[in-house]
Design a protein around this ligand. Structure first.
Ligand code: UDX
Length: 442
């Protein structure tokens, strides 16, 4: 199969590379010339474990190409995948400007029948909208079939997820088109779920909204745990043993971030509103998440009375480990609040610093050396559960910090272990551990 993929963000690039790896000839199209030039050399524009290796291999074996030219990119294509961004409009709805443009580019440049597959997360009905644009703009009589094929990969493990996903959703009106897409995906060995176009579009939003709901739910339970003296880690584990609930996405923390959950939850409330439905549950999920992101700042304020003049080490900037992505990261909210409260922030992250510079005020010092961030600080706030933080020798806190007061937003350490060291430790949904008595007066 000859495939074109438009857009080389997370979804487009991983999709293109993976499809070439299972034997298809794939041309990835992007408008950014410099980015395309680097990708041709096998350099991935995103940090994604395993991706560079696959790019280099498939480029070398003549199955993976990159271009900025739509005519070249679409010339031989049997199938075109759309994987451009659908960013958030001010009202939370999905912005379809890029989708619109791709549809026009397709109409202008194809010269044979085509199947257009949408990977981008798009409001229900958008696939039909795409087909309408293409058909209206086409100058010759060609058959255009549309297929909704939403993506469920997670950043940081997207290569693994592509080859080991739980399902591939294919939404199509045309049985023939659905069969072609199913055959393209067969080598992945992932179960296929076939449905209609609108339902496939909805599955994507509903799945992300449901996972976000699980997270907000467990975060609320963690807040109650703190008040009643229960332990959220035990509670999650005990709940997760029930197969109807499942153990995944029940990890309490400082709320969800990233490029999907915040955007897609807001977009789904907007889709509902557009159809006169008030999706109150999901609105609460969003509200709980916002509140949860500030949780550690409230705890620090309660502990110190004021944060003015305090030196605070923020450990972890990326929205989750194994990615350098800063989109909707809780660290942005937390650091801004700390600075507004008069604190000085030194932040640690092993790989996200370059991206973080675009999101954080200039006066935030950043380092990829955890010891430097901790040195002489009054307290540390753990935001991302990086390996470097989880595996840190806990002695380091007392050795390096002025006062080893830790606010852990990711429950990185067992309480039993914390008790063996000199520190004051506040985490999420668990009782505080204070092993240094004299610190109570600091
Ligand atoms: C998510 C979906 O998992 C994926 O299917 C979809 O395609 C895109 O959105 P991603 O944003 O890459 O993927 O990350 P994910 O691992 O799902 O985590 C999202 C956020 O939720 C992170 O901020 C993470 O820290 C948080 N999270 C996740 C929790 O707080 N608790 C959990 O139990 C799980």
């Amino acid at each position: 199969m000859k495939i074109s993929v438009v857009g080389t963000g997370y979804v487009g690039l991983v999709t293109g590379v993976a499809l070439s790896h299972i034997g298809h000839v794939v041309t990835c199209i992007d408008i950014d010339e410099a980015k395309v030039e680097r990708m041709r050399k096998g350099i991935s524009p995103i940090f994604e474990p395993g991706l560079d290796e696959l790019m280099i291999k498939n480029i070398a074996e003549g199955r993976l190409f990159f271009t900025t030219n739509h005519r070249d990119g679409f010339a031989q294509a049997d199938v075109i995948y759309i994987a451009v961004g659908t960013p958030e409009n001010e009202d939370g709805s999905a912005n379809l400007t890029f989708i619109d443009q791709v549809a026009r580019d397709i109409a202008e440049n194809i010269s044979k029948d085509i199947i257009v597959v949408t990977k981008s997360t798009v409001p229900v009905g958008t696939n039909y909208y795409i087909r309408d644009i293409i058909e209206k703009q086409l100058k010759v009589d060609l058959q255009v079939d549309i297929v909704s094929n939403p993506e469920f990969l997670r950043e940081g493990s997207s290569v693994h997820d592509t080859f080991h996903g739980d399902r591939i959703v294919i939404g199509a009106d045309s049985d023939d088109a659905a069969k072609v897409i199913e055959e393209i995906n067969t080598p992945f060995g992932v179960p296929v779920y076939r449905t209609d176009v609108r339902s496939a579009e909805m599955i994507k939003y509903a799945s992300n909204a449901f996972l976000a709901t699980k997270i907000s739910f467990i975060n609320e339970i963690s807040n109650i745990c703190e008040k009643v003296g229960a332990d959220i880690e035990s509670v999650s584990q005990g709940m997760g043993l029930d197969k109807r609930i499942g153990s995944l996405f029940l990890k309490a923390g400082i709320g969800y971030g990233g490029s999907c959950f915040p955007k897609d939850t807001k977009a789904l409330t907007q889709i509902a509103a557009n159809h006169d439905h008030n999706f109150e549950l999901l609105k609460s999920v969003i509200e709980v998440n916002k509140h949860q992101q500030s949780m550690l700042v409230h705890k620090a304020l309660e502990r110190f009375g004021t944060l003015r003049g305090k030196n605070i080490a923020v450990l972890g900037l990326a929205f989750k480990p194994n990615t350098d992505d800063m989109r909707e990261a809780a660290s942005i909210v937390i650091i801004r609040q700390l600075i507004d409260l008069g604190a000085t922030v030194k932040a640690f992250d092993p790989i996200a610093i370059n991206n973080a510079k675009k999101h954080l005020p200039d006066n935030v010092e950043m380092t990829n050396n955890i010891e430097k961030a901790l040195k002489d600080s009054d307290c540390a706030i753990i935001v991302t559960e990086w390996k470097e933080i989880k595996e840190l020798n806990l002695e380091q806190y007392a050795r390096l910090m002025k006062t080893p007061v830790i606010f852990d937003g990711r429950n990185c350490y067992e309480l039993e272990r914390v008790k063996e060291y000199d520190m004051e430790y506040y985490s999420i949904g668990r009782r505080p551990i204070v092993t240094i008595k004299q610190l109570e007066s600091v």
